[in-house]
Design a protein around this ligand. Structure first.
Ligand SMILES: [Zn+2]
Length: 287
């Protein structure tokens, strides 16, 4: 929930083009908020959705973002508990912990972009570009520690030493296998970004914007293969259903622009939480 008010603040500050650091303040009267004004959900309820200082309405979206973010991160922890055995410290649990941190980061970025794209059809470079860089650094970092750990464990025993060069190519082969997710993540990011870029060229910028291209790259890096592909397909499906409903209700005409970012975010979250289950189900449909 704290991350919820944090992501909401980042989204607001991206849209108003103000600095990211500094204390939270009321958007109306600019009064700095105290810690007791910043309690997720509770402050909102106690203040009855109004600013403590100028009594202007804060907006229900603050409450919604905090609740949704609490649910998302809570669900992530619940799901990750199986792989996290904090009682036994092992290399695997350390990797699982890093993975958990990255997923929290991934969700935060997605929620910020969801909010900005929904509100102003805008995916801020100030958020997405550092997010892409951090993702690349993270996956390279994870790959390096896995390879170093492999070398270290092999080097511990006499038998293991025989598997290291120059005796055997076992280490090289396994290092390559360890690096595969990194390669797939980069390839997925490039492919999705390239695909979106192609769509922009074909539709002459009516369907998507440059922000979607960068978001596509981020999805590929964060989800890897095949989860990122699943995320894109899910986004197109949800987007199509949503557009059809709007057209049927007479709220939109065919070909009218709607922001695609929110669908990409929902698709990414679906792939992040249930990607494995959905792919298993799909691959066993024929059998
Ligand atoms: Zn105020």
């Amino acid at each position: 929930m704290v991350l919820g008010s944090f992501t909401k603040a980042l989204a607001d500050r991206s849209l108003s083009n103000s600095i990211f650091w500094g204390r939270s303040y009321c958007l109306w009267c600019k009064h700095k908020l105290h810690w007791y004004d910043l309690f997720p959900i509770l402050s909102f309820l106690f203040l009855r959705g109004k600013c403590h200082y100028c009594h202007k309405a804060i907006g229900i979206e603050y409450l919604l973002v905090e609740v949704v973010m609490g649910v998302l991160i809570g669900f992530l922890f619940w799901q990750s508990l199986q792989s996290l055995q904090l009682s036994v410290f092992s290399f695997q649990s350390l990797i699982a912990l890093f993975d958990l941190f990255f997923k929290i980061f991934f969700i935060c970025v997605l929620v910020v972009l969801f909010l900005t794209d929904l509100k102003k059809m805008f995916i801020p470079d100030r958020i997405i570009l550092p997010a892409i860089k951090i993702s690349i650094i993270f996956i390279i970092f994870i790959t390096i520690i896995k390879v170093v750990f492999l070398y270290y464990t092999l080097n511990q025993t006499r038998l293991g030493q025989l598997l290291l060069p120059p005796h055997s190519d076992y280490f090289q082969r396994h290092a390559m296998i360890t690096a595969e997710p990194l390669v797939w993540a980069v390839v997925s990011g490039l492919l999705i970004a390239g695909f979106f870029y192609g769509l922009i060229l074909i539709t002459k910028g009516k369907g998507m914007g440059g922000g979607d291209v960068k978001l596509g790259a981020f999805m590929g890096l964060g989800l890897g293969f095949p989860a990122s592909l699943l995320a894109v397909i899910t986004a197109f499906l949800i987007g199509a259903i949503y557009s059809i409903i709007l057209i049927l209700l007479g709220k939109k005409r065919f070909g009218q622009n709607i922001a695609f970012g929110p669908f990409l975010v929902i698709g990414s979250l679906v792939a992040l939480f249930w990607g494995k289950e959905i792919l298993d189900w799909y691959l066993h449909l024929g059998t």
